[in-house]
Design a protein around this ligand. Sequence first.
Ligand code: NCD
Length: 427
Amino acid sequence: MDAHTEQQAVLRNAMRTLNMTRDAFAQRLGVTRRALDAWLLPSGSAESRTMPEVVGRFVAEILAARPARAAAPAAGAPAIAFEGKPQLLSTDQLDLDIVHELFRIADLLEPVARRHKVTRVLEGAVLGNLFFEASTRTRMSFGTAFCRLGGSVVDTTGFTFSSMSKGESIYDTSRVVSGYVDALVVRHPEQGSVAEFARATNLPVVNAGDGPGEHPSQALLDLYTIQREFSRLGKSLDGMHIAFVGDLKYGRTVHSLSKLLALHTGIQFSFVAPKGLEMPRHLLDRLAVNGHVVRETDRLAEGVKDCDVLYATRIQKERFAGEAIEGYTPEFQINRALADAACKPDTLIMHPLPRDSRADANDLSTDLDRDPRLAIFRQTDNGIPVRMAIFAMLLGVAQQIPHDLRDATWRSPRPVGPDDAVFEGFE
Ligand code: NCD
């Protein structure tokens, strides 16, 4: 791995592990914030600088002086485990040490995600992508992540074209494909169904959404995005204010992310939903730990006032079971007027996507598209290194990555999106 990528990964990992903002970390190292920023810039940037070796040694010393983690997994046991197998079904399985390890690996893999480097650590492995519900980004990004690790992918989409339409059980389906592939990513409309797939196989399995249940990989890429952006903005996750807006009853990304955030301390959660689509009570009860403050409201402007992160979601009509929702009017739209009136200049505006972009939709408006606060495409971009890191951990190849990176032979445009330039210069 090249020295610059390693330097960035080392610094990011240290700040995450020590829970320090860039300002606090620069002070701890006895350097200026400007110097630290320059070490964290991508190597292609004119302002980027190489960190002196002595600083690298100092960072390692600071990390080594930390007390050992309380409950390390037993030798040989997978770090991410469901009933003892390397499977990721819920954010309940994760603690901050595992999350930081995943993000450390994601940082190492970012040059691969950006097509500057290639790796073959999963050469020969085949992923089974089983999607029994609509998906564009989750299916494609899991597939892409596996391919960029050197593996290949076979897919099945929808019930109609699978043998489940002939009455085949989840157990049989899971057992059969386990004889074909090396890992499974499963999306299914019923809550708990992916756990059923997982119990019927010894392969690594990732839950890519089980009805209104969970979507742990989305929560991880959301948290990774918040951390990356907060690092740039000099903010800390502890004590931040996040407002979740929209369909909080069926929004599985909200369910998974709120539990992951609850691992931190003193977070102010605002749950802003139309009546009838409120966050499930059992999940709200789970947040009553670590000094968090939880508020619920159906008033949009009031709920998002001065938040650090506004996390918007789509109304999941396809999951409605006869709900009559009140108060869900066009005023329930996240747009520039709302962001300017109620949010701060550095509020992050996020959405798991897809958003309903039709003009009359009560979703995230396209009038924010050129606003640098809008982080939605940075979120989707981050999905690749994070999903690569999940595979690397579940399939046990993470250690090999630093020794297996080569330069890519082709060039891809940077930035990849025609509108991304508004954000250039921030990182
Ligand atoms: C979401 C999902 O499927 O849970 N999308 C995603 O995976 N990024 C949200 C949605 O469908 O509204």
